[in-house]
Design a protein around this ligand. Structure first.
Ligand code: CMX
Length: 437
């Protein structure tokens, strides 16, 4: 059976050739116009970069290499006795565009599990930080402390040909992905369990199952949740802050460790991945202020209006691209309906789903009133006993490595150049308006 790297190697030359031809024949073909509102407005909707691994349709949601979340939950291989897709299978799909078989998925598990091992310099750097340092700060620092391992950086220094750089990006991607669960678990156990660390499980245990094990949650349902969680958060096309940052930093031929750490600093923003912790913080405060575990629709409605009237956002709702309920939210809701239908926190999350969209519509500001992925994840983690919500974004980050590092490998395989858009000044914009009459 060919390895993932061999399959990938076979896919690169034809796509390189195809893109060369597209550029040669249609390089001047326009795919986007840019308005002044877009230049000031966070570049929304400008089609100006290429990401092969996934595409986000505003009204449908994410497709990973053309496949929807419900499709892949059916077709991707599962752990023995499990029902959720193994993230290893999604990685194979993102890298190659092909749905893998059981053997291929097991080969990725075996490869990643064989690469495990945090060097002492990494754990020493982490131990030098206060245990109260935000877990995302620790995560980013931890990735940077692994950077000395980068094969990409070493090969670049040795003068390897640009066309071969993808091989070392891929090597780093796999090394990093293999070790992120160890890093995440190390941070979790030192921050919240007094540094009582749990060694990796048996080598036959899958990547996400092993993450659950090292975090200290050894029950089968939590392992299934980790598989689902790692599958859902992996990729959301190229324009979101974390993916775009990783792509941008990589375009300077910074190695995958440098690029990924930078992307994680973007994921740590409250409008992006940190929203999952913000949702739990906001719900917890709401429950405390109202004085009940399961507030009524009326109480929640009033609380949401208070949040909006005080100039804050309702975390977990809205999206820069999506214009419907996030399918990643729906997948988590299905998981909750199956495993924790009577959980009080799930009831609150469900009531929020029933009331917040109407309120946001009535307020008339948010372009998308529907819940996103972050509105649901904390509720599931809390149910199984992971109540330290500051940690949640780290799990998002571990998952996001799958899509962004698959993409980064392709960036180097396709030889995508240094990214350098043109910025303009307001003076220049005014002069353009004036000269248009
Ligand atoms: N609550 C209150 N107001 C909201 C809102 C929300 N959930 N979502 C959007 N708005 C507001 C915006 O703040 C903006 O207000 P101003 O005009 O005063 O600046 C207005 O509605 C228009 O914003 P938009 O075009 O609909 O949304 P953006 O593309 O600018 O931002 C997002 C998208 C996700 C940052 C925004 O919806 C938001 O802040 N949501 C809450 C935070 C959140 O859940 N983020 C997680 C997103 C998923 C992820 O990346 O992990």
């Amino acid at each position: 059976m060919p390895s993932l790297k061999e399959v990938l190697a076979g896919k690169i030359p034809p796509l390189r050739e195809e893109i060369r031809e597209i550029n040669r024949q249609h390089g001047d073909f326009k795919i986007s116009d840019v308005t002044i509102a877009q230049a000031y407005g966070g570049m929304r909707g400008i089609k100006c970069m290429v990401t092969e691994t996934s595409a986000l349709d505003p009204n449908e949601g994410i497709r990973f290499r053309g496949h929807t979340i419900p499709e892949l939950r059916g077709t991707l291989p599962k752990a023995e006795g499990g029902e959720e897709p193994l993230p290893e299978g999604l990685f194979w799909l993102l890298v190659t565009g092909d749905i893998p078989g059981e053997d291929e998925v097991r080969s990725v598990t075996a490869d990643w599990r064989s690469r495990e091992g945090l060097p002492e310099e990494c754990t020493r750097v982490l131990d030098a930080l206060p245990a109260e340092a935000h877990p995302m700060t620790q995560f980013s620092v931890g990735v940077m402390a692994l950077q000395r391992r980068s094969t990409f950086a070493r090969k670049y220094r040795e003068g390897v040909a640009k066309t071969d750089l993808w091989q070392y990006a891929f090597e780093d991607a796999n090394d990093l992905i293999a070790n992120l669960p160890l890093l995440a678990a190390y941070i979790y156990r030192r921050s919240y369990h007094g540094g009582s660390h749990i060694p990796p499980g048996p080598k036959t245990l899958d990547w996400a199952g092993n993450l659950a094990h090292m975090l200290g949650f050894d029950n089968e349902e939590f392992k299934e949740l980790m598989r689902l969680y790692m599958f859902l958060h992996a990729d959301h096309e190229g324009g979101n802050v974390s993916a775009h940052t990783i792509h941008l930093i990589g375009s300077a031929l910074s190695d995958p460790y440098l690029a990924f750490a930078a992307g994680m600093n973007g994921l740590a923003g409250p409008l992006h991945g940190l929203a999952n912790q913000e949702v739990l913080r906001w719900i917890t405060t709401m429950r405390e202020e109202i004085g009940t575990e399961v507030p009524t629709k009326e109480q929640i409605t009033e609380y949401v209006w208070n949040t909006l009237d005080s100039g804050r956002v309702v975390p977990g709702f809205g999206h820069a691209v999506l214009r419907k309920t996030d399918p990643r939210y729906m997948a988590q809701r299905e998981f909750a309906l199956k495993h924790l239908p009577d959980d009080p926190l799930f009831k609150v999350v469900s009531t929020l789903y029933a009331v917040v969209p109407r309120i946001l519509q009535e307020q008339g500001k948010a372009k998308n009133p529907w819940p996103n992925v972050d509105a649901h994840s904390g509720c599931l983690l809390t149910y199984y006993g992971m109540k330290e919500y500051d940690f949640y974004t780290v799990l998002f980050g571990v998952s996001r490595a799958l899509g962004t590092l698959a993409s980064l490998t392709w960036d180097r395989a396709l030889g995508l150049p240094l990214e350098r858009p043109k910025s303009v000044t307001t003076e220049w914009i005014k002069s353009q308006i004036a000269s248009a009459g």
